[in-house]
Every structure is written in structure tokens, then in C-alpha cells.
Design a protein around this ligand. Sequence first.
Ligand code: BTN
Length: 248
Amino acid sequence: MGKVGHTFIDLEEVDSTNLYAERMLQKGSVAEGTVILAKFQTAGMGQDDHQWESASGQNLTFSIVLHPRFLSPGRQFLLNKVISLGVLDFLADYVEGATIKWPNDILIGSKKIGGILIRINVEGESLETAIVGIGLNVNQTKFDPSLTQAASLVQVLHQELKLKEALILLCNAIDMRYSQLKNNNNEQLKSDFHQKLLGYKLERKFVVDGQQIIGIIEGVDEFGRLLVIHPGEPVKAYAHKEIEYLLK
Ligand code: BTN
């Protein structure tokens, strides 16, 4: 199995690196660890059918092809952990206090600097392919005013990063975390993920069914559901979109 980033496919412009990876996989086999990056995406995809906006040549927008055949579909959230922890390990060399806003937004303070979009393909009882799309805002300084939460690394560091160098370091960090997963080091991944989880073990405000409600995040279960204790209630497990974390 190849290291993440053993091969880079470097594109000037593409609709979406995730879609490009999907087309490659439809045509034939793609080695694990292949990375497809683009200077500009004309139809970058975000979570929940949102678009992912990224100024040309200023940020990292790329997809990694993995073949996590050792994972059953029910355990796919382990991949989210691996990737978000890899991104945070990379960031730790530059900034303090980056966090993961469940399920996998990358935040510095209350600003989102990165997002992850994983598409899996199941064959039988295992994950045949995962296309891991990562968008990390690095050198962009101006964002569409509608994107009130968006920020980039340069706005925190006040120094631009060389994108290709950053990408290689980021791939190495992800590769390390992926090796932990392959070596079944799931307890380590779990506790590291919890340590980096925004609001972990803290009393915070959430919205559930349109109602604002206090809760304490107890962690994330093996299916990737957010575990929250509301005052006087037993722990509840929420799937994506069932609960909203209020940043303020
Ligand atoms: C999110 O909404 O938080 C997820 C954003 C994921 C964006 C990346 S950019 C590279 C890859 N290609 C895409 O079309 N989307 C992902």
C-alpha cells in the first residue's frame, strides 16, 4: 500500500477534484494514496450540497484516493477521525488551538479554515474506495461577505505558505494517522479526536428540533454520532444534521 501523496496529479482547473477522482476510478484502478490537486475548481463541492469556494491558486483543494478495505461500512467515521486529526497535526506546526467542529470542520477560534468531504464506495462488507476531499484555506485574504465564518491560515499567521510544501507536509501527517488506523490504534485515534473536538466536556448551547438547548459533549460514538448530555437526561446520540452546535 502506497504512502499518501506518493503520486500527485496536478491540475490547473477542474470541476471538482472529488469528481475527477471518481471518473478516474470509473475508468480503472487508482493506487491508494494518489492525490489529485487543482489550482481552481469550477464546481467545488462542500458538505450538504453546498459549494466550496476557493480563490484560484491561493489554497489547497485536493482529493486523496484510499482503499480502506480493512474497514466495514459501519466503521467509516474512523476515516473522518484520521483525516481531521491529520489536518490538525499539520496545523499544530503553525498555529495553536485548531479544533474539529463535529463532524469534520476545521476551525481556528470560531472561524472555519478547512472542510472535509469523504465519499465512500462499498463492496460487499468492506470499503472498496474512499475519495477524501480536503479544502484548506491557506493564503486567501478576501472571502465572499456571505461566508461570514470563513478564514485562512495567512490571516492568523500573517505569513503566506508555499502551497506545494504545505501539501506534502499535510499528506505526511495524514499518512501517519492512516497508519494508526491500519495498525488498529483506534483508542489513540478516539482519545486524540476527543481532545481536539470543539466543546468536548464543556457546557455549550445547541439547537435541536428548532429549540435552543444546553448540553455537554461526551464524545463521538463508533458510528460518528455526537454524544451529548442535556441537564437531567441520559446521554443522547445525534446523527449529522440532528443537532447544531452554536458557536456563540
Ligand atoms: C465542507 O463543506 O466543509 C467540505 C469541503 C470540502 C472541499 C474539498 S476541496 C477539494 C475536494 N473537492 C471538492 O469538490 N470538494 C473537496
